[in-house]
Design a protein around this ligand. Structure first.
Ligand code: NAI
Length: 349
């Protein structure tokens, strides 16, 4: 009763969303149609601030289930004192993984090692591929119908790994699997905003492709903003390699965590709103996509409209300049290699 009142008060400023969600709450998610059971697999550099942000998504999240191989009970106790109605539980160690996953609707996965200076995302493959594979197996077993948000790098390979594990288990639903590339879009808005001295929140850049160096293709020509070729090249390079700036500045202690948490929370919030019935929500994300399928690229990031069952409509790349066509021609072979590497890992296991 108390919780219902709190939800109502929180949604007072967005009554339309409240009504839509309530009507479409028939989705078999939770006893409370306004809420979702959400789990964050991991409590590291990204996981902790992301959990903090999600604890505040009152009305979208009913239960935040935190899992890691270390530290989770402390983080959960700490977060649980924040006065929102979102319930928080902490689960530590692999023997608590299934309990953490049971009944959840959305699973966010930033588990695994981050980069150190000089490393590419692909250098993380040997460690993170195994972590993601074992988490995917647990998800296939425990919550096969959930929506899975993969943050762990290399995203270009971990998403195919996750898909392949679900396929092997006979529970793959391509509408429910997302590689989180939101940070590339967030960075693109920021860097363009700085260059053009405009508010970055008003800048929307369609970033397509994958999530590593040359596979990140910002389509600056679609912004409607004029750039010199020098600006275009500098911005493209900075968007593609912005993660390296953070890795270098952190000097061996990790990669982007706070900006990633903000980007991850943005994507999770967008998906949760769409799952609750809000319409017209579009985010770029790395999904199984028909966009370049005839070139053999099975997963690709473009703008995707989200709906009550995950992926609703995959938008095309749209108009591109000659410069962007060239970027895409460099993206495609690299992305195909990364995707195949993910598949090969599961198939050879
Ligand atoms: P971190 O080292 O701070 O945290 C990693 C956490 O994963 C640790 O708490 C560790 O205990 C946990 N972990 C390890 N094995 C696990 C398992 N089997 N199950 C559950 N948890 C497990 O690393 P950070 O900085 O949080 O980065 C995490 C991942 O996110 C990295 O792979 C990094 O490259 C990636 N990343 C992705 C971005 C994107 O845009 N998609 C941006 C930035 C980072």
């Amino acid at each position: 009763m108390m919780a219902t009142k709190l939800f109502a008060r929180n949604f007072a400023s967005s009554a339309v969303a409240y009504k839509k969600v309530a009507v479409l709450g028939a989705a078999s998610r939770d006893a409370n149609p306004l809420s979702s059971y959400l789990i964050l697999l991991q409590q590291g550099g990204i996981g902790q601030p992301l959990s903090l942000l999600l604890k505040q998504k009152t009305g979208l999240v009913s239960h935040l289930s935190l899992f890691d191989i270390v530290n989770t009970p402390g983080v959960a106790a700490d977060l649980s004192h924040i006065n929102t109605p979102v319930k928080v539980t902490g689960h530590k160690g692999n023997d608590q993984l299934d309990a953490a996953l049971e009944g959840c609707d959305v699973v966010v996965i930033p588990a695994g090692v981050p980069r150190k200076p000089g490393m590419t995302r692909d250098d993380l493959f040997n460690i993170n591929a195994g972590i993601v594979k074992s988490l995917a197996e647990a998800c296939a077993r425990t919550c096969p119908n959930a929506h899975f948000l993969i943050i762990s790098n290399p995203v270009n390979s971990t998403v195919p790994i996750f898909a392949e594990v679900l396929k092997k288990a006979g529970v793959y639903n391509e509408k429910h699997l997302f590689g989180v590339t939101t940070l590339d879009v967030v960075r693109a808005s920021t860097f363009v905003g700085q260059t053009k001295e405009v508010d970055p929140t008003d800048v929307h850049v369609h970033v397509v492709g994958g999530h590593s160096g040359p596979t990140i293709v910002p389509l600056l020509s679609q912004t409607g903003i004029e750039f010199t070729q020098e600006q275009r090249e500098a911005l493209t390079n900075r968007i593609q390699y912005g993660g390296d700036e953070v890795v270098k500045a952190k000097d061996g202690t990790g990669s982007a965590t706070l900006s990633m948490a903000a980007a991850g929370a943005r994507f999770a919030e967008s998906l949760l709103k769409a799952l609750h019935g809000q319409e017209g929500i579009v985010e770029p994300t790395f999904v199984q996509s028909p966009v370049l399928a005839d070139e053999g690229v099975e997963f690709f990031s473009t703008n995707v409209e989200l709906g009550t069952d995950g992926v609703k409509k995959i938008h095309p790349i749209g108009a591109t300049s000659e410069y962007e066509k060239e970027l895409l021609s460099k993206c495609v072979p690299e992305l195909k290699k990364n995707i195949e590497k993910g598949y090969a890992f599961v198939r050879s296991a």
